[in-house]
Design a protein around this ligand. Structure first.
Ligand SMILES: [Mg+2]
Ligand SMILES: [Zn+2]
Length: 203
């Protein structure tokens, strides 16, 4: 799995070396990207096709002000499928991080899965441990950023996001979808919303 290196990398490294802070367990707001942060037009690889979802900045700022780490966890099989490159993804996400900074959220971590078993770019054609519904990206973020998973929350528009959150040990997740919770689903602690403006307080 991959971690987008950003301007905060050095800061995080210094933080990790600080032994007094070493065992600090932070809460996190995990966010799926496509369909939560931006409108899911399908294989969004460039900023000109990146349309923000109504209300996203208010929700993220609310959690950031409450000292939650903001962590994007996103499946990007478009990279494995050759729809756009990993470099394109980094360029796009640096723009997105700048937009969040401009909206008062200067620290956003990004984890992404570029893999898919049916991809066309050989180096990414693997059955990885990071593609949601697997929890790999959340587990890696937890280790690297000192996140207490059982105290964290995820917002996702796909049920596989909710499954990944559950598999990682989260107790709360928000299913942002017009679809019903799947019949027979047994995951507890799921709140369903159809608009981000419904999220007016920390879950
Ligand atoms: Mg999505
Ligand atoms: Zn992967």
């Amino acid at each position: 799995m991959s971690k987008l290196k950003g301007p905060n990398t050095h800061q995080k490294n210094s933080h990790q070396k600080n032994t007094q802070q070493k065992h600090t367990q932070h809460k996190a707001l995990f966010l799926d990207r496509d369909g939560v942060i931006n409108v899911d037009h399908g294989y969004v690889g460039h900023y000109d096709n990146f349309d923000y979802v109504e209300g996203i900045f208010d929700v993220v700022r609310m959690y950031a002000l409450a000292k939650y780490k903001i962590v994007i966890v996103t499946n990007q099989s478009g990279i494995a499928r050759g729809r756009y490159t990993e470099a394109d993804f980094h360029v796009l996400m640096n723009r997105v991080k700048q937009d969040f900074a401009d909206k008062g959220v200067p620290e956003v971590a990004v984890y992404f899965c570029p893999h898919h078993v049916e991809g066309s770019v050989p180096e990414y054609v693997i059955n990885c441990a990071c593609r949601k519904p697997k929890p790999g990206m959340l587990l890696q973020a937890s280790q690297e950023l000192g996140i207490a998973l059982n105290d964290s929350v995820l917002i996702g528009d796909s049920w596989r996001d909710i499954e990944a959150a559950h598999a990682a040990g989260l107790k709360k997740s928000i299913y942002f979808s017009e679809n019903a919770i799947p019949a027979g689903a047994t995951i507890e602690g799921v709140r369903k919303v159809e608009a981000l403006q419904q999220l007016t307080a920390i879950e």
